[in-house]
Design a binder for this molecule. Structure first.
Ligand code: SER
Length: 301
C-alpha cells in the first residue's frame, strides 16, 4: 500500500539495494533507505527520476545506528528490518513530504488522529505550521532538539532536520505530550528528514545542491498498528517464526511467555543471520563477518 500510494504521487518504485553497500566505505551495512541514494542527494549522480519510493532491507548493528542490545527486551526494535521510504531529489520539500505522510496515514490507512503526535526540530516553525495546516491540532506538534529531530547517516554525508510521527497505543485517558520520545507506549513510526546539508569530516555543514526529502517508516511497526498488535513479534512477519521456535523447543505457551525476550531475540537474529548469509557474509573475526558472528552468538546465548 505504501509503495502504491507513492507511485500514484509520481514516485519511481525502486528495488531495495543490498544489505552490503556496494560503493560506500563509510558503512558496514545499509542502515536506512537513503543509503542507495546518497550520491544522488550529494549531486554526484543523476537519476532519470526526481522522486523515488522503496522498501529497503536495513541492518542496525554497528556504527552510528545500533539497536542490538534493545532486541529482545524491546517489543519493537530489530537488528534487521524493512524501512519504507519516499525520496525527493531536489523536487518537493517540506510541504509535500508532510502532506503525503498525513494523507497516507490518516486518510488512506485510517490511523486515528487522537493517537498521533508530530515532532519538529527546535526552530522549524515552517514544519510546525505545515502539520497544523494539514490538520494536526497545535498541541500535538512538539519540538525537540538534535538528539531526536536531526538525522545523519553517519559522521559524514547527507543530513538535516527531521520531523517524526509517533503513535500512542496505550490507554487514551493517560495520554500526555510528556510521554513522546520517552515512554514505550509512544511508538515512532515515521521519520521525515529534510535533507539540506552534507556533513564534512571536519564537522562543517555544506549545503546540498538542492533541498531534498528522505523519509523512513518501519514496516514492522506500521504492521503492528494496522494488525492491532502491541508488539512487532505478534504480526504476520514474526508470528510464524515465534511459533517455529516454540515447536523446535517442544515447549508450551507458558514457556514462551516466561522467556519472551529470548524468543524474540532468536526470532529477530535468525532473520538478520539469514539475510547476511544470503548476501555471502560468513561468521568470522573481522568487519562484517565479525558482526554476523556476534549476532549468531547472541542468539545462541
Ligand atoms: N534516514 C532517516 C532514518 O533512517 C529517514 O529515512 O530515519
Amino acid at each position: 500500500a505504501f509503495i502504491r500510494y507513492f507511485e500514484q504521487q509520481g514516485h519511481q518504485a525502486v528495488p531495495s539495494s543490498a544489505l552490503i553497500p556496494q560503493a560506500d566505505p563509510t558503512l558496514l551495512f545499509t542502515n536506512a533507505g537513503m543509503v542507495q541514494f546518497k550520491d544522488t542527494f550529494l549531486g554526484l549522480e543523476q537519476r532519470p527520476y526526481k522522486r523515488a519510493t522503496t522498501s529497503q532491507k536495513c541492518l542496525r548493528v554497528s556504527g552510528k545506528h545500533n539497536d542490538l542490545e534493545n532486541v529482545g527486551p524491546s517489543p519493537r526494535h530489530h537488528t534487521f528490518f524493512e524501512m519504507l521510504g519516499n525520496f525527493s531529489f531536489g523536487d518537493y520539500f517540506k510541504r509535500d513530504a508532510i502532506r503525503f505522510a498525513w494523507h497516507l496515514l490518516i486518510d488512506e490507512l485510517g490511523l486515528p488522529l487522537e493517537r498521533m503526535w508530530f515532532s519538529v526540530y527546535n526552530d522549524d516553525d515552517e514544519a510546525e505550521r505545515l502539520w497544523i495546516e494539514a490538520g494536526a491540532p497545535k498541541e500535538r506538534v512538539l519540538r525537540f532538539g538534535k538528539k531526536d529531530n536531526w538525522w545523519s547517516m553517519g559522521d559524514t554525508g547527507p543530513c538535516g532536520p527531521s520531523s517524526e510521527i509517533h503513535y500512542y497505543w496505550g490507554d487514551l485517558a493517560t495520554q500526555t505530550a510528556a510521554g513522546v520520545n520517552k515512554d514505550d507506549e509512544y511508538l515512532e513510526i515515521w521519520n521525515l528528514v529534510f535533507m539540506q546539508y552534507d556533513a564534512k569530516p571536519d564537522g562543517t555543514l555544506a549545503p546540498l545542491p538542492a533541498p531534498s526529502v528522505d523519509t523512513g517508516a518501519g514496516l514492522e511497526r506500521l504492521a503492528s498498528i494496522l494488525q492491532g498488535k502491541d508488539n512487532n513479534y505478534d504480526t504476520d512477519a514474526f508470528a510464524p517464526i515465534m511459533a517455529r521456535i516454540q515447536e523446535l523447543l517442544g515447549q508450551d505457551d507458558a514457556h514462551r511467555q516466561q522467556n519472551l525476550a529470548r524468543y524474540r531475540a532468536i526470532a529477530d537474529h535468525s532473520r538478520s543471520i539469514s539475510f547476511l548469509i544470503a548476501e555471502g557474509v560468513m561468521p568470522g573475526n573481522e568487519g562484517r563477518n565479525y558482526v554476523l558472528r556476534m549476532i549468531l552468538r547472541r542468539a545462541a546465548r
